[in-house]
Design a protein around this ligand. Structure first.
Ligand code: NAP
Length: 553
């Protein structure tokens, strides 16, 4: 990785650009490429040393994508998708980071990026119709447009556990993992959390550690990844049809991972509903999906996220699987989720997660039965007085999702209005792209868009294209200012809620709702109608002359 701090030491002092972009993850990188293609001067600020966003920061052991590599990749360049070869069905974090670096080099992106710069303020000036953006390194730059490509899961949640700061052993955050290799050999390791990150890390840490204690508050449903090296013949066949696959990812009814008509699921065609089917038929279908692996399992019966009866059948199937794998019945029981419908917290995808609890060096502590009292310098003391001595503690405690990164920036719109105030009762946006009171400010995969309920690459490319096309349209028509009208934003917020309330999602107590952050307003943040429906709406807005937005000179 290049030492960008040395390479780009100079500060921006009052420089003017056409567009300022915040964040050099997959969204910011593609934005920069598209904006450059239009001949626009762009400055991109990024807090990390290099590109990759979430894949730059989340380097914990076992980190890999839970979306399949051939779908979780850029589609904007056929040359790129042809020349890049993924090695496994689910790419590891290092491989995804190599891909991000490859894209940055191929499209020569880094020359317009200032790394190790965290944006602290973004203020709009009505008189000049410009945004002024400042960083923690003293940069100050202006542009008529500002695009927030700050990611949905980029601000770690600091858990409120007494004594955490007193721990004198090695303390690691899954989402801020060191760049140097970490060894657990012979150590007594504790992991707090059992979400997607922990579920990937635990089997790998268990193989190295002397002893591993997993502190679990809420068990999650996890399906096997069935990861494997990609067969070159399959990859060739897939790539030969790449445009059709990509089209189906974009326009499909679901999350943008695949289209069953083009790629028939080897587990069989999905059922519309479980009603009228025998137990044997349903079990056989679920078994087929389970054996193929991956998050598509949740789509085996189409109304799983809508119908509590179907959901219970699918959840029972997974609980039976857990009990069949985990030998100790008390541990198996504790690992079985019962407090939320399956899929309402993001489904996890694992490699030998449940099997790990059969190892002699692994112990599960159920915090619901046995809560933590406090962390001490050498371990964790429980409320019942018992003590777990630890050399190393790993926190995989999640993120202040979707709104966290934006609210950490002092964003002020028209007449000095603050974003923090606007979102005090939860995020309000039009399409998850723009906001009333914040002219010429765009969000990539913002709250109110499919974002985290979708294949992020599909949603990122859609938002980037929409945003860049909008900027181009404005320049062509001499508009200097764009902003949603209040009625459009109100209706969109109502619609997002209405769609969510028609599903089981709000019952999950998940980070989708902000429920993992004490004091955060409980608002279901992503748009749950699927990427195809959403894209149609966004395209219609444009076809109707940017319906719901107002332009100003
Ligand atoms: P998460 O799903 O929010 O899980 C956080 C875990 O920490 C939960 O088990 C939570 O328990 C626990 N926790 C939080 N505060 C705690 C406390 N004070 N005491 C005890 N336990 C506490 O976070 P994550 O695992 O980082 O995953 C977040 C999202 O990132 C995923 O849902 C996924 O979208 C994405 N992700 C994707 C991948 C991938 O592509 N492979 C990998 C990792 C993450 P409670 O449930 O009780 O709050």
């Amino acid at each position: 990785m290049s030492n960008t701090a040395e390479k780009y030491p100079q500060r921006d002092e009052g420089k003017r650009f056409d567009v300022i972009v915040v964040g050099a993850g997959f969204a910011g990188m593609y934005l920069l490429h598209r904006l450059r293609g239009m001949g626009l001067t762009t400055r991109l600020y990024e807090a990390g040393h290099s590109v990759g966003g979430t894949w730059y920061w989340n380097r914990y052991p076992g980190a890999r994508c839970d979306a399949e590599s051939l779908a979780y990749s850029y589609s904007f360049s056929s040359e790129l998708e042809t020349e890049w070869n993924w090695s496994e069905r689910y790419a590891t974090q290092p491989e995804i980071l190599r891909y991000a670096e490859h894209v940055a080099d191929k499209f020569d992106l880094k020359r317009d990026i200032r790394f190790e710069r965290r944006v602290t303020r973004a203020h709009y000036d009505d008189r000049s119709s410009t945004w002024t953006v400042e960083t923690d390194r003293g940069d100050r730059a202006t542009a008529p447009f500002c695009v927030m490509a700050t990611g949905c899961l980029s601000v770690p949640q600091e858990p409120q556990i007494a004594g955490l700061k007193e721990f004198a052993g090695n303390l690691y955050w899954a989402s801020r993992w060191p760049h140097q290799p970490v060894s657990f050999a012979g150590q007594r390791v504790g992991v707090i959390g059992t979400g997607s990150s922990a579920i990937q890390a635990i089997p790998v840490i268990a193989e190295q550690a002397g002893h591993l204690t997993v502190f679990q508050r809420t068990p999650n449903f996890s399906v096997p990844a069935c990861n494997a090296p990609l067969d070159p013949a399959f990859v060739d066949a897939f790539k030969a049809n790449y445009p059709a696959h990509r089209r189906n990812h974009r326009l499909g009814m679901g999350a943008g991972f695949g289209d069953l008509q083009i790629e028939p699921h080897p587990g069989g065609p999905a059922l519309e509903t479980a009603a009228g089917k025998s137990q044997t038929e349903i079990r056989a279908l679920l078994e087929g999906y389970w054996r193929i692996g991956g998050a598509n399992f949740i789509g085996a019966i189409a109304d799983t996220m809508l119908n509590p009866d179907t959901n219970r059948i699918v959840a029972d199937f997974v609980r039976d699987k857990i009990r069949a794998v985990v030998k100790d019945p008390a541990t198996a029981d504790a690992l079985c989720p019962t407090s939320h419908p399956i899929g309402t917290k993001r489904i996890c995808v694992d490699s030998a997660y449940y099997e790990t609890y059969n190892r002699a060096n692994v112990k599960l502590v159920n915090l619901r039965a046995d809560p933590i009292d406090r962390v001490m310098h050498n371990g964790i003391r429980m409320k019942d007085g018992s003590f777990h001595e630890l050399d190393t503690l790993v926190l995989a405690t999640g993120f202040d999702a979707m709104t966290g990164a934006l609210l950490r920036i002092d964003v002020r719109g028209s007449n000095g209005a603050s974003l923090a105030q606007k979102w005090a009762a939860g995020p309000r946006t039009y399409l998850g792209i723009g906001m009333v009171g914040f002219p010429n400010l765009f969000m990539i995969t913002g709250p109110g868009s499919p974002s985290v309920l979708s294949n992020m690459l599909v949603s990122i490319e859609q938002h980037v294209d929409w945003t860049v096309d909008c900027v181009e349209y404005m320049r062509k028509h001499g508009h200097r200012r764009i902003e949603p009208v209040p009625a459009a934003e109100d209706q969109w917020v109502d619609h997002v809620n209405e769609v969510a309330n028609g599903t089981l999602f709000p019952q999950g107590g998940s980070w989708y709702l902000g429920a993992n952050i004490p004091g955060k307003p409980r608002v279901f943040m992503p748009y749950a109608a699927g990427v195809g429906v959403y894209r149609e709406i966004c395209d219609r807005v444009v076809a109707n002359g940017y319906e719901g937005f107002s332009f100003g000179a």
